[in-house]
Write a protein that binds this ligand. Sequence first.
Ligand code: B4P
Length: 182
Amino acid sequence: MRIVLLGPPGAGKGTQAVLLAERLGVPHISTGDLFRANISQQTDLGVEAQKYTDAGDLVPSELTNRMVEARVNETDAGDGFVLDGYPRTVDQAEALERMLAEDLNAKLDVVLCFVVAEEVVVQRMLSRGRVDDNEEVIRNRLKVYRDETEPLLDHYDGLVVTVDGVGSVDEVSERAMRALGR
Ligand code: B4P
């Protein structure tokens, strides 16, 4: 199964992606985690990405698409994946469609969108306290989400299933599995 997770920053995509990937037996691919690993190792990609992640801006798509294309072509992702944090723009969605069609002769099966109110995600992120989790940066990430990522809901019309993201982690995970018909 090839699944994309959507939802505002802090909606729990990363948290749910780990559980879904385990339950479905496919890899969890998180662009946020891939950037953070590159930043902590200070690779060329990490040094470039950090300029954007620190401010809550999107890393340029050219870099992001190249990183994702390399990852989805690894053998463990041949039968499917849970993609978390990508795509975040319509141009990234088009790049994903192209790489799946050309490299793997495949398409996405479903887009799960986690719905959580803005004030709830702000509180969650402030209590997580990651380096990009201060109020000013969080507000910018929410604006970027509204401007750049929400249009994907129209782009994926027909593939999107919404999931209420409020409740315990286990409750949300059960809802997500039900949304997948499992
Ligand atoms: P991400 O790493 O994707 O960060 P996120 O959207 O903030 O987190 P997520 O929704 O996964 O929330 P989580 O489960 O952690 O992106 C970071 C940065 O990387 C971006 O700002 C951007 O700069 C860059 N980037 C990433 N992808 C990119 C792309 N495609 N293009 C360009 N740039 C890109 O949950 C949040 C908190 O809530 C946690 O503390 C968690 O414990 C808690 N939580 C989760 N579920 C809960 C629940 N049910 N109840 C209570 N708390 C819960």
